[in-house]
Design a protein around this ligand. Structure first.
Ligand code: PEP
Ligand code: MN
Length: 229
């Protein structure tokens, strides 16, 4: 299956965490909206066997309990960064939460959103820069490299970057990922698929496994370089 092939690819490359959406926020209601909790359970079992942790997006409060046993990290997507009810409830769970910056959100707003989770009692928070909406139309979003060191300095939380949504073009995911590593990102999330042209979502920004393997090895080199300075 698609999941098994991807897990295999990650294991071969020493990657220990996998992200996938079973509840997908889509700009158009006619786009693929995910497999739901049944998909999550199947995926979880396969990932566990391979020793891989999983991260998946929770879109609303009612999904927290049903997802809880089958995720290691909850993702809050860019459209929910200021869903304060959801953030309050995630403040009460004993699982890490990765919160994405809002589509037109400021750095300060992202930090306040993290405070909602923190003040509920959950300190396991990861911040994600995924690109913001600017006047630029040549790329899907504008990944704000500036946000990476600023968020790290202001929060001391782990900061990850999402070059796939940040630029939205497969051929440029690698340079933007490497730039984020050099800027101090603690992690990179990107989209990969055995056959990106057949992906149910976001194929235009998705790497095939050869591109993904190359990216992982280059990111390791970039990380070694930046930590040796
Ligand atoms: C996603 O992570 O696949 C996603 C929908 O991202 P965002 O919320 O950043 O648009
Ligand atoms: Mn996506």
């Amino acid at each position: 299956s698609q999941v098994a092939l991807t897990i295999d690819h990650l294991v071969k490359n020493g990657v220990r965490i996998m992200r996938g959406g079973v509840f997908k926020p889509r700009s158009s209601p006619y786009s693929f909206r995910g497999l739901g909790v049944d998909g999550l359970k199947m995926w979880y079992e396969q990932a566990r066997k391979a020793g891989i942790k999983i991260i998946s997006e929770v879109m609303q409060v009612s999904q927290i309990d049903e997802m809880l046993p089958y995720v290691d990290v909850f993702q809050v997507g860019a459209r929910n960064t200021q869903n304060f009810n959801l953030l309050d409830e995630l403040g009460k769970v004993d699982k890490a939460v990765m919160i994405k910056r809002g589509i037109s959100g400021t750095i300060e707003e992202l930090l306040y959103s993290a405070e909602y989770i923190f003040s509920g009692g959950n300190e396991k928070i990861i911040l994600c820069e995924r690109g913001i909406r600017t006047y630029e139309r040549a790329s899907r979003n504008t990944l704000d490299i500036n946000a990476i060191p600023i968020l790290k300095e202001k929060s001391h939380l782990p900061v990850v970057a999402d070059p796939s949504h940040g630029i939205g073009m497969r051929e440029f995911v690698e340079p933007i990922a490497l730039a984020a590593v050099m800027a101090g990102a603690d992690g990179i999330i990107y989209e990969t698929h055995q056959k990106p042209e057949e992906a149910a979502s976001d194929g235009q920004q998705t790497l095939d496994f050869d591109e993904s393997t190359r990216l992982i090895s280059r990111m390791r080199k970039a990380y070694d370089l930046v930590t040796a300075f």
